[in-house]
Design a protein around this ligand. Structure first.
Ligand code: SAM
Length: 205
């Protein structure tokens, strides 16, 4: 990813960090993801693009004994995450080259992040590398809601979000396939003004 694009993302989310948890949409989505994911056989959860750790906090409330690790590129978001969930481990890093060992996670979550990355194929390769055998990936991505858009993605200084590859189950399956994932199940939820596709992807046997 270009330094300019990454700098734009970090600047945007550093600015949002203090108020990010006020987003009822992101809090509700974190709960929906924690309710959707299957935690059978899960010991370690890795949340990529964890932000302020909302998803890990929702998981911790339901499954207090799990080992929880979050990775994000924005220091301000991670500072909130560390304050709010001191029991988890939070690491500064990029989704495209995650500072996590091979096969380290039984469940990888990635919630409203994929539209921000420049090279989704590299990110899915990283998901595959870090997942233990039998592990699963849960993504949440903005779907099309005709009355509200999310079609083109609004330009923000330094980067332009790209929603199109993740808006339908078919499109998501196509992006994930080269890294060896198949779409196992999915649901669509409306949270606030947004429609979100929550999907479980499993490595091909
Ligand atoms: C909309 S927030 C979502 C945060 C969290 N997943 C949630 O559901 O509340 C997007 C997050 O992705 C992070 N991010 C964007 N691109 C990233 C990348 N390439 N690597 C790691 N984190 C990234 C941002 O810093 C930001 O914290």
């Amino acid at each position: 990813m270009s330094d300019e694009r990454m700098a734009g993302i970090i600047a945007r989310f550093d600015e949002r960090a203090a108020d990010y948890d006020d987003s009822a949409m992101h809090r509700a989505l974190a709960e929906a993801v924690a309710g959707f994911a299957d935690f059978d056989q899960v010991g370690t959860v890795l949340d990529v693009g964890t932000g302020t750790g909302l998803v890990l906090r929702a998981i911790a409330a339901r499954h207090p004994s799990l080992r929880l690790v979050g990775v994000d590129v924005t220091p301000g978001m991670l500072a909130v995450a560390r304050r709010e969930l001191p029991a988890a481990e939070f690491i500064e890093g990029r989704a495209e080259e995650l500072p996590v060992a091979d096969a380290a996670a039984d469940l990888v979550t990635c919630v409203t992040v994929l539209h921000l990355v420049a090279d989704p194929a590299a990110v899915f390769d990283e998901f595959a590398r870090m997942l233990a055998p039998e592990g699963t990936l849960v993504t949440a991505t903005f779907a099309v809601r005709p009355e509200h858009g999310h079609g083109a993605g609004a330009a923000t200084p330094g980067y332009t979000p790209n929603h199109a590859p993740f808006q339908t189950p078919e499109a998501l399956a196509e992006v994930a396939a080269p890294a060896g994932f198949v779409l196992a199940r999915h649901e669509t939820v409306d949270v606030g003004d947004d429609r979100v596709l929550i999907a479980e992807l499993a490595p091909v046997d």
